[in-house]
Design a protein around this ligand. Structure first.
Ligand code: IDP
Ligand code: MG
Length: 173
């Protein structure tokens, strides 16, 4: 793929706690698989409340906000999320289409959310198994929220080098 191509973008994908708990990871990644859709970063994240609140800060005023945060924190499934960065031409919109509409009942039956999503009967939260960035502004913000530059094999946003002293966990020798 030509990296200088202007329509090459990166997008953030999260396999949400319901997707992990229900062993849907492979199925979801298979539906996202295409030679033009390159995974350039992947990791499992134990989601903190601070991270969940930053990720969904634009929905703070919604009545389902608190239940949505608890869903992302894994209250009903598992406190893990798989975070990935995909890169490719027009990838933001293409992955939105493969994922399907926000409401799993309205999502096309062959989309990821149409196949695997459901509505939590207790809270009404859409358990729609995948998050994907909605546009280029969100994609940049979300990639920078979930990943450090060194975790991504193809860095597309400007970086800076900072000297800092801190304690890090290493294997015991
Ligand atoms: P998106 O994930 O398709 O971009 P957003 O509006 O950003 O949709 O909402 C974020 C997440 O909040 C959704 O994926 C879904 O899990 C949940 N959500 C959105 N709208 C509703 C709603 O009306 N009722 C219940 N849950 C919702
Ligand atoms: Mg969104």
């Amino acid at each position: 793929m030509d990296d200088r191509n202007a329509d090459v973008e990166q997008t953030l994908v999260l396999i949400k706690p319901d997707g992990l708990k229900r062993s849907l990871t492979g199925n979801i990644i298979a539906l996202l698989s295409h030679p033009d859709n390159m995974i350039v970063a992947v990791k499992l994240v134990k989601v903190t409340r601070e991270l969940a609140e930053k990720h969904y800060s634009h929905l703070k005023h919604k009545p389902f906000y608190e239940d949505l945060i608890r869903f992302l924190l894994g209250e009903w499934h598992t406190n893990r999320v798989m975070a990935l960065v995909y890169e490719g031409p027009n990838i933001i919109q293409r992955i939105r289409e493969i994922s399907g509409a926000t409401n799993p009942e309205e999502a096309k039956p062959d989309s990821i959310r149409g196949k695997y999503g459901r509505i939590h009967s207790k809270t009404g939260v859409y358990e729609n198994v995948i998050h994907c960035s909605a546009n280029d502004i969100d994609a940049e913000k979300e990639i920078k929220l979930w990943f450090e530059p060194y975790e991504i094999v193809n860095i597309r946003f400007p970086v800076q080098y900072v000297v800092e002293e801190r304690t890090v966990m290493r294997w015991k020798t």
